[in-house]
Design a protein around this ligand. Structure first.
Ligand code: NAD
Length: 491
């Protein structure tokens, strides 16, 4: 079993006798660690440590703060494959997907190293005669991050590098399902020379989250996870006076127009639907096949899904899709497939009851395609969060946009077409924050906001990009007038 300590005030703290949560290797089904579940007093200690470290860290010039991040970035590169293996082991992603997870996280560190420029304020001379005005950005204090299981490296790295670069101190509470990547990231951060107390790692579940949301010394909370929890976090954190950004779940629509190039659409959608076993908030989980696209593209998609090699990921580079995160989650996904079938969906590719001989204990569901799904049915409403693609068939682009816009979610949407007009109409009218044209649902890069809409995001300022700089700082506007006469000063 691997160690899973907290980090408080620069010291590793091994778990005591309290409650724990099992951590599995989803490819084998074997337990590899136990995540300790922090209570209020441990979270209180972590927050107080971050609070005590804040004044010195804030006074450290931004150009000096980012030196730690330059070293962090270099060390992440040298530990890259170690991180990749750990992500693949505790999450079940393929090695290629795990490389993407870590790489996207490193890009956020690179973005954070630009903070001396990104933090620069505004000024205007002569707002009135002889009076000048300027706005500067200052850090908030103690910020907290609460992260999901599905991107063990990238999502924590969306948060703390930028928060720290802006001058805040931080408490990270990673998912109790994948806590080990967070431990390794923390080791690397310490190796980079971050002063003690500036960053704390606290493992836990609901009690630890509640302690962070209600703690009077926590100024801001970044959350990424499912929609019901995101909504709760936003309401509770806001009620306790915190600034909150809470990214939630999603159902992302991929429109297949009758003129879509078959090969490109099939490749893009196979990757969008089944990459990371569908456990992505940007998974293309709903295909809207318009007119002739249905009969032309869906059979090729089914072929493509059935050809994917599924199996244990951490030691076989030829595997194209890994397991889902836990056995209860596998049961839930299989149950949702069965419910969808009972409601009339045609199971064109069936991933239920998959038990690869090389890993009989793993939590596998094969690539599944539900065709002729009805609007309003279970697969339309539920975020399945597994390798399941639902296909709805319809006649026109207008129908497809109208149906997609009826979803409660609004993370991403894509269109495959040769028509500039259709692509332009789609981009203009679709109610989603991240849009793809002839590309599987695209997750925004570090310099752009991760721009979920509707029930995919609660708050005003998103993660990533300039919105995240605004989230982790507050502005101070100074209006100045200086007198020229010594007589005035003599008064
Ligand atoms: P989750 O909501 O179950 O858990 C997320 C975090 O919240 C974890 O740290 C967990 O310990 C904590 N938590 C869980 N239940 C809680 C509760 N009742 N009260 C307080 N804290 C609680 O999410 P998950 O299953 O780990 O991750 C998958 C979800 O995350 C999916 O819905 C996915 O779409 C979403 N997600 C969204 C984005 C985005 O940017 N919008 C990115 C990645 C994942």
């Amino acid at each position: 079993m691997r160690a899973c300590p907290h980090l408080i005030a620069g010291r590793w703290r091994e778990a005591s006798d309290g409650p724990t949560s099992p951590v599995f290797n989803p490819s084998t089904g074997g337990q590899i660690a136990s995540a300790p579940l922090a209570d209020f007093s441990l979270v209180d200690e972590a927050v107080r440590s971050a609070h005590a470290a804040f004044p010195a860290w804030w006074e450290t010039p931004a150009v000096d703060r980012v030196q730690v991040l330059f070293r962090f970035k270099a060390l992440l590169e040298s530990h890259f494959e170690k991180l990749v293996t750990l992500v693949s082991t505790e999450h079940g992603k393929t090695l290629t997907e795990a490389r993407g997870d870590v790489r996207r996280g490193i890009q956020m560190v690179e973005y954070a190293t630009s903070v001396p420029s990104l933090l620069m304020g505004d000024s205007l001379e002569n707002v009135a005669r002889g009076i000048d005005c300027d706005a500067i950005r200052q850090p908030l204090g103690v910020c907290a991050g609460i992260t999901p299981f599905n991107f063990p490296a990238m999502v924590p790295l969306w948060m703390f590098p930028l928060a720290l670069a802006c001058g805040n101190t931080f408490v990270l509470k990673p998912s109790e399902k994948v806590p080990l990547t967070a431990v390794l990231l923390t080791e690397v951060l310490l190796e980079a020379g971050l002063p003690p107390g500036v960053f704390q790692l606290v493992h836990g579940a609901r009690d630890a989250v509640d302690a962070l949301l209600t703690h009077p010394l926590v100024e801001a909370v970044s959350f990424v996870g499912s929609t019901p929890v995101a909504r709760e976090i936003f309401l509770k954190g806001s009620a306790h006076g915190k600034r909150v950004q809470a990214a939630g779940g999603a159902k992302n629509f991929v429109l297949l127009m009758p003129d879509a190039p078959t090969g490109e659409a099939v490749r893009g959608l196979t990757e969008a639907a089944f990459g990371c076993a569908g456990e992505r908030c940007m998974a293309g989980s709903m295909a809207l096949a318009v007119g002739a696209a249905g009969d032309r593209i869906v059979p090729a998609l089914v072929q493509s899904a059935k050809s994917l090699k599924v199996g244990p990921t951490f030691n076989d580079p030829s595997v194209q899709m890994g397991p889902v995160i836990t056995s209860p989650h596998r049961d839930r996904v299989e149950d949702l497939i069965s419910r969808s079938e009972a409601e009339g969906a045609r199971v064109a590719a069936d991933g239920r009851n998959l038990r690869p001989p090389s890993a009989p204990g793993g939590f596998f569901v094969g690539p599944t395609i539900l065709d002729h799904v009805q609007h309003g049915s279970t697969p339309w409403k539920e975020e399945i969060f597994g390798p399941v693609l639902s296909v709805l068939r319809m006649e026109t682009l207008e129908d497809a946009i109208r149906i997609a816009n009826q979803s409660g979610y609004g993370n991403g949407a894509s269109i495959f077409t040769r028509s500039g007009h259709a692509a332009r109409e789609f981009r203009h009218r679709i109610q989603a924050g991240m849009v793809g044209v002839n590309i599987g649902v695209p997750a925004a890069m570090a310099m752009f906001p991760f721009s979920g809409w509707k029930d995919s995001f609660f708050g005003d300022l998103h993660l990533q990009g300039k919105e995240a700089i605004a989230f982790y700082t507050r502005q101070k506007v100074t209006t100045s007038r200086w007198f020229g006469s010594a007589d005035v000063w003599a008064d």
